[in-house]
Design a protein around this ligand. Structure first.
Ligand code: F6P
Length: 559
């Protein structure tokens, strides 16, 4: 049995339950009684201004939530993480993505060894390689300049660089084509390469373990495509020492991994491998070597600016007092809704075209981290853990699913993220559109919080039978995150903010936010089922439903 008291039996938890039971306030009333909350409930971190005034909280709520954070020792676990302790208990690993952005000269030890020099050595190698590709000094097998970069990876080895590449498009070298292939559906690789010249294409195979079937399958197919395109005949000839094939692969394939053995076995020279370490979780890895495609696209300087942004928020999280600690407050607000208001999901709604992949990225960060139902010691949890995270860029969502947020029956806390200035050089008219974009963000926050009363609807002369339909209840909580513009540093700040928010929630729920055993079973079963699809093999132990599906698939395939 767990020695620590069960979360829901802690007095700090029951105090929150009592507070919730007495909660009847509406945001309209909260602001009427205390207009100062608009200024008071704002925290600034680096370039981010985080406004949490439109939340269903009072000073008392916040005090109770902070007491819960203290009782569950969130900051104790935080300090253990920064010290390099093995807080990923089920994998017995340190959790040190914060070391990836530690400045040169910092000391972060794992088992008595300072890892920061290793981090910077890899960053330096990446920078050198990125410069050579960007300048044209690194050429393909036939001597042609590299114009296309294709990252092959999945999950954390795809979502981070793909998201950040979109986010920082304005900072990319527009002469380079950068694409991301993740799906084992052959259509993904086909669409990514069908219009590319192999002689000008560099493949970056990104895989922490270098065993992930999707990535290895796509990388093998990419190698075949390359060798066929280069006219080097035997596409399967990896390992043919000193051959033209090996030379071609050496100029067109690099690997990002922790697994030197598997990278070598695949036929990629270790000289073309950029390493990282087991203390970097896949979903926390795009500021490691996994970010190489991004670094090639935006250049090493911008990449380091992004790391500086991450580090700024790391330092804030490490040192800011609880009541002004942004990730702590955001994490606690999520606990408040998820555990005391039965909110099942959390929407992240960026008002920025460049952040179109941001929420998809956060889905892995949050849901793979906190989608757990046992505590750190293996005991089942008796409380809700991570929410369903979802959302797309704001204005598009307004014309799709916001209806449900405004007038549906579910409580959906949301983050609205926006910027004061467009980051690209836009022509006069397009630049002016930015104000309209942001007007939408502010209007939605306002409508969600304050709604429209039946009296207000009637006062507009709306026929009585329509009044209920056109009334907005309001009282829907939002956080508004505002920055001047979406620079590399600001992106790093945003990602670190969410990383640490997720950490806070995992600490309170007493779960291991850094393992992901839940994805293993599907992987094992897929391997077992595949021969039944390809060879018609008899797979022992298939349940009747799956066996019938496999049979139907095989029949349809033959038609
Ligand atoms: O299947 C989940 C997962 O293990 C993620 O955690 C990880 O980001 C992804 O697969 C890819 O793993 P790898 O980088 O080892 O290929």
């Amino acid at each position: 049995m767990s020695e620590t008291p069960q979360l829901t039996r802690r007095p700090e938890w029951t105090a929150l339950e009592d507070h919730r039971a007495e909660w009847h306030a509406h945001l309209r009333g909260l602001f009427a009684a205390d207009p100062g909350r608009a200024e008071r409930y704002v925290v600034t971190v680096g370039d981010l201004r985080i406004d949490y005034s439109k939340h269903l909280v009072t000073d008392e709520t916040l005090a109770l939530l902070l007491e819960l954070a203290a009782a569950t020792d969130v900051f104790g676990l935080r300090d253990a993480m920064f010290r390099g302790e093995r807080i990923n208990v089920t994998e017995r690993r340190a959790v040190l993505h914060t070391a990836l952005r530690a400045p040169r000269g910092a000391v972060v030890e794992v088992d008595g060894e300072n890892v920061v020099p290793h981090v910077h050595a890899v960053l330096d190698r990446m920078s050198d390689f990125a410069r050579r590709v960007r300048s044209g000094e690194w050429t393909g097998h036939t001597g042609r300049r590299i114009r296309n970069v294709v990252n092959i990876g999945i999950g954390g080895s795809d979502l981070g660089p793909a998201m950040a590449y979109e986010a920082l498009r304005a900072f990319t070298d527009r002469d380079l084509t950068v694409r991301f292939v993740s799906n084992v559906d052959g259509a993904d690789l086909h669409e990514a390469v069908h219009d590319l010249d192999p002689a000008e294409t560099l493949f970056i195979v990104a895989s922490k373990t270098f065993t992930t079937i999707e990535t290895i399958t796509n990388a093998t197919s990419a190698r075949a495509w390359l060798l066929e395109g280069l006219g080097d005949g035997d596409a399967s000839g990896a390992g043919d020492a000193g051959s033209a094939v090996e030379k071609a692969v050496a100029k067109h394939f690099v690997a990002l991994s922790t697994n030197t053995e598997k990278v070598t076995a695949f036929g990629i020279d270790v000289d073309n491998m950029f390493e990282f370490w087991d203390w970097v979780g896949g979903r926390y890895s795009y500021d490691s070597a996994i970010g190489l495609s991004l670094m090639i696209a935006i250049g090493p300087e911008a990449f380091r600016e992004m790391l500086y942004g991450f580090h700024t928020v790391d330092e804030h999280f490490r040192t800011a007092p609880p009541e002004a600690n942004a990730p702590l407050l955001m994490g606690l607000l999520g606990v408040w809704y998820g555990n005391f208001f039965d909110a099942q999901s959390h929407a992240v709604l960026p008002y920025s075209h460049y952040l179109s992949k941001f929420t998809a990225y956060l889905q892995q960060l949050d849901m793979e981290s906190n989608g757990k139902s046992v505590q750190r010691d293996g005991e089942p949890v008796e409380w809700q853990t991570g929410p369903v995270v979802w959302g797309t860029p704001g204005t598009n969502g307004q014309h799709a699913y916001y209806q449900l947020i405004h007038q549906g029956t579910k409580l959906i806390p949301a983050d609205l993220i926006g910027f004061a200035r467009p980051v690209t050089e836009l022509s006069g008219r397009l630049e002016a559109q930015h104000d309209l974009l942001m007007a939408n963000l502010f209007a939605q926050g306002q409508a969600l919080a304050f709604g429209k009363t039946a009296e207000e609807v009637r006062a507009e002369g709306v026929p009585e039978e329509q009044v209920p339909h056109r009334t907005f209840g309001g009282n829907h909580p939002t956080t508004t995150v505002l920055a001047r513009e979406l620079t590399p540093s600001v992106l790093g700040q945003l990602v670190a903010l969410y990383e640490h928010k997720v950490f806070v929630q995992g600490a309170i729920w007493n779960i291991d936010s850094f393992d992901q055993w839940g994805v293993e079973l599907g992987k094992v079963l897929a391997k077992r089922v595949e021969p039944a699809l390809t060879e018609g093999a008899d797979v022992p132990g298939l349940d009747p439903s799956t066996a019938a599906l496999v049979a139907a698939y095989r029949d349809l395939k033959e038609v």
